[in-house]
Design a protein around this ligand. Structure first.
Ligand code: HEC
Length: 275
């Protein structure tokens, strides 16, 4: 079984977070066991028995109140020290004068990526060298509509007089139907979007391979194993991130296809060094 990635950190930043997570988990388990244990004990010890007196309640015992407020506060204080230590490792301070390499701006539905050294601006995908720390400046996108919608929901109950019957409020009904139709049509459109890969694509069926020659079946297996099929359709099977390859043999020469596979291209990875 593959290790759960949360418990198998690779970088020392992730390692700090995992250690913190496990520590907090142990503390929380201890609290859980203590509370369930005490509750079970109380349920059994002070259950109602024939002839038992009415249970006595404790009011205004200041010491008790103070103690059970201070204990959680103490636990939280200790945890927050560990949290700050982990945070220092996971998100170290930026060295004085270090300029960011990338500026990433979140827009509604897409990311704008500015490569500051070259001035190139791209969308959604970042290409960065491996083995070299980079500094990314992130500009979040603050979308006020959800906050506004939430406010409206809170305010609605204060304006609850007026006509309720749907037949008497055609605009409200029309608005709801329009919104539902919009979401549905965008959904269908997104499902059909030409650029979507399909990571669940299965090996091409024998009817499509239509050959028992070992080279051809091996090719089909490679086409699946290397992930080509996630992005390319052949006779109705596979994803739609790249062009349909059903008749690529009529479109491109052998050499063209080899060059394309080795070098990749717009949104296609290069396989020259892939094993
Ligand atoms: C991440 C998705 C992706 C993967 C994986 C992928 N491709 Fe592509 N492929 C593309 C895209 C996108 C294009 C079109 C690029 C362009 O516009 O020039 C393309 C183009 C091609 C073309 C040229 C098609 C034409 O009509 O011009 C061939 C051939 C091809 N890919 C074969 C392969 C093979 C073989 C593999 C597996 C070894 C593979 N691709 C893996 C996305 C992918």
């Amino acid at each position: 079984m593959a290790p759960i990635p949360t418990f198998a950190p690779a970088s020392h930043q992730a390692h700090a977070l995992t250690t913190l997570f496990i520590g907090v988990l142990i503390v929380l388990c201890a609290i859980f066991l203590l509370v369930t244990g005490l509750v079970s004990f109380m349920i059994v010890r002070y259950r109602d028995r024939p002839g038992a007196p009415e249970a006595r309640q404790i009011f205004g015992w200041t010491t008790l109140e103070v103690v059970w407020t201070l204990i959680p506060l103490g636990i939280l204080a200790v945890l927050s020290v560990f949290m700050m230590l982990a945070d220092h490792v996971a998100d170290p301070p930026i060295p004085e004068g270090r300029k960011p390499d990338l500026r990433v701006i979140a827009h509604q539905w897409w990311w704008e990526i500015n490569y500051l050294a070259s001035g190139v601006v791209a969308a959604n995908e970042i290409h960065i060298p491996i083995g070299k720390p980079i500094l990314i400046e992130l500009h979040p996108f603050i979308f006020l509509a959800p906050a506004f919608g939430f406010l409206v929901l809170i305010v609605v109950p204060f304006f609850n007089r007026g006509e309720r019957h749907p037949a008497r409020r055609p605009w409200a009904v029309a608005a709801v139907i329009t919104i539902v139709m919009m979401i549905l049509s965008l959904w269908i459109e997104a499902k059909r979007a030409p650029w979507s890969p399909d990571f669940s694509a299965k090996l091409l069926p024998a009817s499509v391979i239509a050959s028992t020659q070992p080279e051809v079946t091996r090719g089909a297996a490679l086409f699946h194993a290397k992930g080509c099929e996630f992005c390319h359709e052949v006779e109705g099977f596979g994803g739609h991130r790249g062009p349909n390859l059903s008749d690529v043999g009529d479109r491109l020469t052998h050499a063209d296809i080899v060059i394309r596979i080795l070098n990749g291209g717009n949104n296609m990875p290069a396989f020259a060094r892939a094993r």
